[in-house]
Design a protein around this ligand. Structure first.
Ligand SMILES: NC(=O)C1=CN([C@@H]2O[C@H](COP(=O)(O)OP(=O)(O)OC[C@H]3O[C@@H](n4cnc5c(N)ncnc54)[C@H](O)[C@@H]3O)[C@@H](O)[C@H]2O)C=CC1
Ligand SMILES: O=C(O)[C@H]1O[C@H](OP(=O)(O)OP(=O)(O)OC[C@H]2O[C@@H](n3ccc(=O)[nH]c3=O)[C@H](O)[C@@H]2O)[C@H](O)[C@@H](O)[C@@H]1O
Length: 430
């Protein structure tokens, strides 16, 4: 099939390269000329394992990129993979989606024949039908359900394993309101589903598909927060939370994934998506108490970590090493990283902060140029009065002699990754 993808970021580039891999002809439309040139040169504009190889193999053949929305006219379906950030009050900010829909609608005005527009971005229920579809109709002059249809196909990939997650999904969710839209979506996904060993395909309505994405992210975020709540109780009793959580994970109704207790969840999606669905729920008159509690527990974890530090040392004037600046291991992404509230609280407390991350230092430095950065964990620990472990980079588990070079070896571990031993004043958050 001929497919177009609007937006060539984490999601847009990954799905474009993977759709090309399963046999479709794909064109990426992005307003960023550098991204377009990079893709056309056969390079991936983002770093994801396996993506470079796919882009190198298919660019110039089944995969190309352009800044010209007119390219969508030669395709059967367009996926909108544009950012959906948060407004200050948590509501979803649809301005980029609306701009993309306007450009797409204008381009479709000159298309002969049917076109399917699929929302790939995470959007609150009814956005596709009540916000995107009317813009498409107005700009294209076409009629919904006749010349143009809309669909919704939520994405569940994780940063750091995007290609693998997309090509081997746990499920594929296809939201549509007409048989023609459902058929086109099936045609798009059939080759991927066959190659992925037949994962379940959930055919549903458009608003249901939109809600499934928030339910998925909300549930996972709440699962981590519940694990943190339980781990905090364990800590107060002096009970080993890891033993408790790994035992409950053996119950197949609970499952062991996403029970990792610690300093909490961050990243470009959980915080904004949980905030957006809470705001949307309130707009329709429902108070989502569980999701609000998930946020509250998450916000408390960094505060608790600092409380543990204060049990050993007053941060005022102390040199504190922050190990891990990325929002999770395996990425240089620092958006909503748990290191952010910690560094801010340490600066407020007049601490002398030195940060270290294997790959995310430059991104963090852009936000916090005022703190010191080290080139290795050893350098960050050298002469420090305390260390806070914020991201569970596997290499932190191997740190050992480096702790002996601290002025006082106080280690407050927010991810339970450091190996405790004699000679370290070890304190875990949970
Ligand atoms: N990043 C992730 O791991 C996941 C993201 N999502 C959702 O997917 C959506 C997209 O997210 P990302 O790919 O992370 O965004 P991103 O920020 O990485 O990429 C967005 C791309 O859109 C381009 N763009 C902006 N305005 C445009 C316009 N008017 N026309 C054409 N291109 C335009 C930008 O230049 C950029 O390349 C969001 O709704 C997000 O919540 C869903 C699952 C996973
Ligand atoms: O909508 C999205 O964009 C994506 O959001 C998350 O993916 P991602 O943010 O890339 O990363 P995760 O691996 O889910 O981690 C999110 C946060 O939770 C934290 N986490 C994760 C697991 C755990 O057990 N404990 C825990 O604290 C991580 O440290 C990280 O800060 C979801 O896992 C994806 O399914 C979804 O598509």
């Amino acid at each position: 099939m001929q497919l177009s993808i609007v937006g060539s970021g984490y999601v847009g580039t990954t799905i474009a390269a993977c759709f090309a891999e399963v046999g479709h002809d794909v064109v990426n439309v992005d307003i960023d000329e550098d991204i377009v040139a990079t893709l056309n040169d056969g390079d991936a504009p983002i770093h994801e394992p396996g993506l470079d190889d796919l882009v190198a193999e298919h660019a110039g053949d089944r995969l190309r990129a352009t800044t010209d929305y007119g390219a969508v006219r030669d395709t059967d379906a367009t996926f909108l993979a544009l950012p959906t950030p948060s407004e200050d009050d948590g509501h979803i900010d649809l301005s980029i989606m609306k701009a993309g829909a306007r450009s797409l609608g204008a381009a479709l005005a000159e298309k002969d024949g049917h076109h399917l527009v699929v929302t790939k971005s995470t959007v609150v229920p009814t956005t596709t039908e009540e916000v995107i579809a009317p813009i498409l109709e107005e700009e294209s002059g076409k009629t919904l359900g006749e010349d143009v249809d809309v669909g919704m196909n939520p994405e569940f990939l994780r940063e750091g394993s995007a290609v693998e997650d997309f090509l081997s999904p746990d499920k594929v969710v296809l939201g549509s309101e007409t048989e023609r839209a459902a058929e086109t979506l099936r045609d798009v996904f059939d080759p991927l589903v066959a190659r992925a060993d037949d994962p379940p395909v959930v055919e549903t309505g458009v608003a249901e598909a939109e809600m499934i994405k928030y339910a998925n992210n909300g549930f996972l975020a709440a699962k981590i927060s519940l694990a943190n709540d339980i781990a905090n109780i364990c800590k107060e009793y002096g009970i080993d939370s890891e033993e408790v959580l790994s035992a409950i994970g053996l119950d197949h109704r609970i499952g062991s994934a996403f029970l990792g207790a610690g300093v909490g969840w961050g990243g470009s999606c959980f915080p904004k998506d949980v905030a957006a669905i809470i705001a949307a729920a309130r707009d329709v008159g429902y108070d989502p108490a569980m999701l609000e509690a998930a946020v509250e527990v998450n916000d408390r974890q960094p505060v608790r970590l600092l409380g543990r530090l204060r049990e050993h040392l007053d941060p005022d004037g102390a040199r504190v090493a922050v190990l891990g600046l990325a929002f999770k291991p395996g990425t240089d992404d620092v958006r909503n990283s748990r290191a952010i509230p910690l560094v801010e609280a340490l600066l407020d407390a007049n601490a002398d902060v030195v940060g270290y991350d294997p790959v995310a230092t430059e991104n963090f430095r852009e936000k916090y140029p005022e703190i010191e950065y080290a080139d290795s964990a050893g350098e960050a620990l050298y002469g420090a009065d305390a260390a806070l472990v914020v991201t569970d980079w596997p290499a932190f588990a191997d740190l050992d002699a480096e702790f002996d070079a601290m002025a006082t070896p106080v280690v407050v571990d927010g991810r339970r990754i450091v190996t405790r031993r004699e000679g370290i004043v070890y304190e875990s958050l949970v």
